[in-house]
Design a protein around this ligand. Structure first.
Ligand code: BGP
Length: 470
């Protein structure tokens, strides 16, 4: 759709950036922090672990000052559950409360709005040992943890995100570490975990509304447009099915409190349906989000399943396979360019995604991740010329403005990542930030913070409220 005139970004638009605790903080076992599943996992050969990361735990003042210099209106970060409850439940770690108290105060003192993710992949290891999300006790532990966060930080934090990319933890449990390969039916178990996470999320949303009437809370899945490989009706049906299984399953429950019909049918067909106890559906119906946060990197394309052993494909990211025999087959989209890591780049798909989510749920949207991972180079004179990142973000922000002009209510943009951090699967050489952190995979160097070219570009964009784009 063409527009004669673009709508400007609202004056109070939340321009910002995102990080997550395990990827940026380091200090993995300091001041009483317990281990998370991430701390106990073994990463791919040749890549660093998350023990020091960007050492934000010790550099947070300097880091927040740099975000303020860029003009950030909002900063999305996550709280490490294991800093607050080292064993996931039980004894509270006062030092953990203190760290986030200081961090939030620092963010606020710089006039930045804190947006807190309560759980970003780093489940306490102690809970994992008792079955993790397969065990309903984890729901109770999450509720207590949520209450503690609301009690301690609710006076300053107005925006809460429940669970980061729950759909990726379920769909790609092999890559993110939620799957238990020793079980007879690991996928069925994943959908049981999913059901429990959804209950935990609904309880946290209800609790937030009871305890903090002026705060807002929402889920933060990874939602992307799904294209059919061709106009063949079989391909179109495959895309619809994948859309339901990948996207709507998660958001329909969060917003409407019910399982999506196509997705439920898929679970039945495959023998993956979770056990639902009396009262569960009432809990799901009672917790409602105020907005939808979502992460978008790339669209995905699927065709009809061939059921010939070729359905499950690597369609870009080497760690993620797409395909479900009998339902859809992951394919490459020949219309799209790819980044250095094989991820397809699709800014128009970003506009499509914003429109699709808004049309379906009619809730305000905030983008909590979008960005380009690349092997940035530090040049002489502390220069990092990441023009490719500027290009990527420019194109996506242009499409976001078009979506806004289409009528989509989007109130913030927090790209990944505010500062360089450790990639979930590809170490610290795959960088996303506006700020370079001077370290190698195994050589910590001086961890100096260096402004990249994108830092100055984004600063200007924020200062002009997006006008410098045009
Ligand atoms: C999202 C996660 C982030 C981050 C990002 C980039 O799925 O929420 O934590 O890791 O993807 O992915 P990667 O680090 O694998 O490049």
């Amino acid at each position: 759709m063409k527009h004669n005139q673009l709508k400007p970004f609202p004056a109070d638009f939340l321009w910002g950036g995102s990080t997550s605790a395990y990827q940026i903080e380091g200090a993995w076992n300091e001041d009483g922090k317990g281990p998370s599943v991430i701390d106990m996992a073994k990463g791919p050969e040749g890549t660093t672990d998350f023990k020091v990361a960007s050492d934000h735990y010790h550099h947070y003042k300097e880091d927040i000052a740099l975000l303020a210099e860029m003009g950030f209106k909002a900063y999305r970060f996550s709280i490490a559950w294991t800093r607050i409850y080292p064993n996931g439940a039980g004894e509270l770690n006062q030092k953990g409360i203190e760290f986030y108290d200081n961090l939030i105060n620092e963010i606020e003192s710089q006039g930045i709005e804190p947006i807190v993710t309560m759980y970003h992949f780093d489940l306490p290891y102690a809970l994992e040992q008792k079955g993790g999300w397969s065990n309903r006790e984890t729901i109770d532990a999450f509720e207590v943890y949520a209450k503690t966060l609301f009690e301690n930080f609710g006076d300053r934090v107005k925006y809460w995100l429940t669970i980061n990319e729950q759909n990726m933890m379920i769909l790609h449990g092999d890559a993110i570490g939620t799957v238990n390969p020793n079980l007879e039916n690991p996928k069925k178990d994943l959908y049981q975990q999913n059901h429990h996470m959804l209950l935990a999320q609904a309880k946290a949303m209800s609790l937030c509304h009871q305890m903090l009437p002026s705060a807002k809370i929402g889920p933060a899945p990874n939602i992307v447009s799904i294209y059919p490989d061709s106009s063949n009706p079989e391909d179109i049906m495959a895309a619809q099915s994948y859309m339901a299984i990948r996207n709507w399953l998660y958001l329909d429950i969060a917003v409407f409190g019910r399982y999506n019909t196509t997705a439920w049918n898929f679970l039945e067909e495959k023998g993956y349906t979770p056990t639902i106890l009396d009262g569960d559906m009432e809990v799901l119906q009672s917790g409602k989000p105020d907005f939808i946060a979502f992460n978008y990197y790339t669209s995905q394309t699927v065709g009809a399943s061939k059921e010939d052993g070729t359905d499950v494909n690597h369609t870009g990211d080497q760690h993620i396979t797409i395909g479900e025999p009998g339902i859809y087959k992951g394919v490459t989209n020949a219309n799209l360019e790819k980044n250095e890591f094989g991820w397809e780049i699709d800014p128009i798909g970003f506009r499509n995604t914003l429109r699709e989510i808004y049309d379906r749920y009619n809730l305000p949207l905030i983008v909590t991740e979008n960005g380009l991972g690349a092997f940035d180079k530090l040049e002489e004179g502390d220069v990092v010329n990441d023009s490719y990142r500027i290009e990527f973000l420019r194109k996506h922000i242009e499409q976001m403005q078009l979506a806004l002009t289409d009528g989509v209510e989007v109130f913030g943009f927090c790209p990944w990542s505010a500062i360089d951090l450790i990639s979930t699967h590809q170490g610290c050489s795959k960088r996303y930030g506006f700020i370079f952190v001077n370290r190698g995979e195994f050589d910590l160097k001086d961890l100096r913070r260096i402004r990249k070219n994108s830092f100055y570009w984004y600063k200007e964009l924020i200062a002009t409220g997006g006008k410098s784009l045009n």
